[in-house]
Design a protein around this ligand. Sequence first.
Ligand code: LLP
Length: 459
Amino acid sequence: MKYPTSPFSSNLKFNNAPVDLSKNNISGELSIAGCTASALVKEFGSPLFVIDEADFFLRANAWKSALQESFANGKLYYAAKSFISIEIVKWLKALELNLDVCTGGELAVALAADFPTDRIEFHGNNKSVAEIEMAVNAGVGTIVIDSFIEIERIAQIAKSAGKIQNVYIRLTPGIQAHTHEFISTAHEDVKFGFSIASGAAVAAVEKTLTHKSLNLIGVHCHIGSQIFEVTGFTMAAQRLVATLAEIKEKFGTELPELNIGGGYGIAYTTQESAISPQDVLPALAKVIKEECARFKLALPIISIEPGRAIVGPTTTTIYEVGTTKSVTLEDGTIRNYISVDGGMSDNIRPALYGAKFSAFLANRESASEKISSRVVGKHCETGDILIFDINFAADIAPGDLLAFPATGAYGRSMASNYNHIPRPAVIAVKDGAARTILRRENQADLLALEVTQAPRRLS
Ligand code: LLP
C-alpha cells in the first residue's frame, strides 16, 4: 500500500486541480473529501477541525499492513493522546487496532465506545489509584509500569481485585531523539520510565517478578515524538533486545513482548516530508531479528504506538479571517497581520514548540501579490501566533477562510478554553458528506461549571 507522504490529507483538493499547494497562487476553492470549505463553515460555523475519514482509514491501514509485513505478530496501538473521541474509537474498532490510553479520561472514552478492553494498554508516569482501579476492573489488557511505587500500587490493586494483571515495564534507553526538548522522552534526565544504563530497569523487573498478581509480559520504550531519523528507533530497539537478553540471563524468563512506542514524524509544511512505515519498520525488523538471533532469543511480539502519523495529516483546521492590519517594522518593511477566529487555544503547537504550519486561502482564488504576513489568533497574548512569517495574498480580507492542514494530532486534544473561547467542533467528511463527531462548545458549556456556594468549614 502506498503511504501518502504529502503533509495533507489525501482527499484535500482545490477545485481547479492540479494545483501546486507549495505556492500560494492557488486557484478555486478548497474541498476536502468533496466538501468545500465555505459549505462546511456555512453549515457548522468557524473555526472547524475537518477530519477526512477515508484518509484516517488509509493511514491506519498503511501502518497496520506494513507492520504485519515486517513482523508477522505485530500489534499496532493507536495513541489516544493525539486525538480521541467516541467516533474515532469506533473507527479503531472497525480497523481492528489496539488502543494506548494514558489517563482515566481517555479510558472512559474507550469504554463509552465499547472498545474491547483486552486490546487497551494504559500508560502514564503518575496514574492515580482510582485510575489503576478503573483499568484493572475494566480488564485493560496491559498496564505500563513507570516507577517503583507503581509496581507496588498495581500489584496491590490487582491482588485486591483477585486478578493477575498483564504489565509492561517502560524503559529509558538513553537515546537523545532529535526533536523539540519537550517532546523528547528517552534520554536519562526525564520523568518517564526506568533507566537501562543505571540498572533501574533490571531492578524493576526483579521487583515486578516477585508479585503473583502481576504478569510481566514485556518491555516498552518511547523515545519521543515527531522524529524523522530511523536510527533513533533502531538504537532503542537494540538496547531493549539487549535488556531482554539480560533479563533472561538473570531471571531465566524470556519476556514475549517488546513495544517500541510511537513518535513517527509527519510533514506540517510543503517543505517537509513524513517518515513512512516503509522507512522505519523494515529497518526495525532487521535490527530486532539480528539482535534476537545474536542473543538466542525467540522473536518477541512487536508493538508500535503511532498517534500523529495516523491522525495528524487527516485533519485541516479552517478559520475565518476577522481583521487584517499593516504594521511597519523598524527596517521599513511592512507586515500584514492576519487575525483568525481561533489561535493558541485550538493550536498550541507553534507557541509551545515553535512548530511551523502552512496555511492556504480556502474560499477563493487570489491573483494579488504575496506580501510578508503573520497569521495570529484572537487571544489576548502577543505570543498567540499561528504562523510567524508567510507570504500571503495582499488582498486577504475579513470573511476569507484560511485552511491549516495537518492539525489532527495534538490540536483538538490539547485545546483549551483560554480567554473563555469555546473549543471548535470536529467534523468528519467522506464522499461529499459531512457530520459532526464532536460538537462545538458554547458559552453555556463554559458557564455550566460556575458554582455559587456558601463557604463551609472543613474538619
Ligand atoms: N506512546 C507514548 C508512550 C507516548 O508518550 C506518545 C506521545 C505516543 C506513543 C505517540 O506519539 P506520536 O506517534 O503521536 O508522536 N504534544 C506534542 C506531542 C507529545 C507526545 C506525547 N507522547 C506535540 O504536539 O508535538
